[in-house]
Design a binder for this molecule. Sequence first.
Ligand SMILES: [Zn+2]
Length: 245
Amino acid sequence: MLHDASTSSWPKVKALAQAGAVALLPVGSTEAHGPHLPLGVDVVIALEVCRRVAPLLPRDAVLFPPVTYSLTDFAAPFSGTVSLPADTARAQIQGVLEGIARGGFTHLAVVNHHLEPAHFRLVHEAAKAAAAATKARVVVPDHRRAPTGPKLGPEFMHGGSHAGQYETSLMLAAAPGLVDQAAMRALPALEVDLPGALKAGAKDFLQAGGPDAYFGAPAEASSAEGERLFSILVEATAASILEGL
Ligand SMILES: [Zn+2]
């Protein structure tokens, strides 16, 4: 069963921690996601994965309020994006994890859906450091890796996972009211090899050839595809958490 930490009292959370509940920390960013999606896409997706994964766990789960700011250099040229320096972002996530562990939780999972490589790297680093400092187990399910990544489709693997068909479909499944569907349908597909462009020296989405902060094919998104993607993400996240229990 899923319990919400932010609406629970401390004695209730203490009892859950002592009973071995798993603490879930959703991690996203505040960054531009095309003209058809809100800035909080990564947070919405991370929260939804946590909600859907909880019933698959053999223990109670406690959902902590999400981390909503981090390093997001690629989207920095776009209004509303808030990028923290890497050291600040790493320290914030490490500090939150250590705070959760000091409250008695021995099993923590960081559910991250902001995919900028430098950010995902610092999430792994923060989790490692927090685990070492507290002796808690901190797992970081990483859906970019095989076998999960390839199952999420060619667009995901080629970098169109930023506000393209992949993320837009997830949003249509999780929070359709937050998708501007008229704007979505009007967007031409933008086939850019994002990892390739970044390797070639592009510093942000503009330089990589994404003037509207989206890549891939948002117009091809659907809620059915979003449901399919969520089931893959949730299964992989549950497997990773179960391994760590
Ligand atoms: Zn995103």
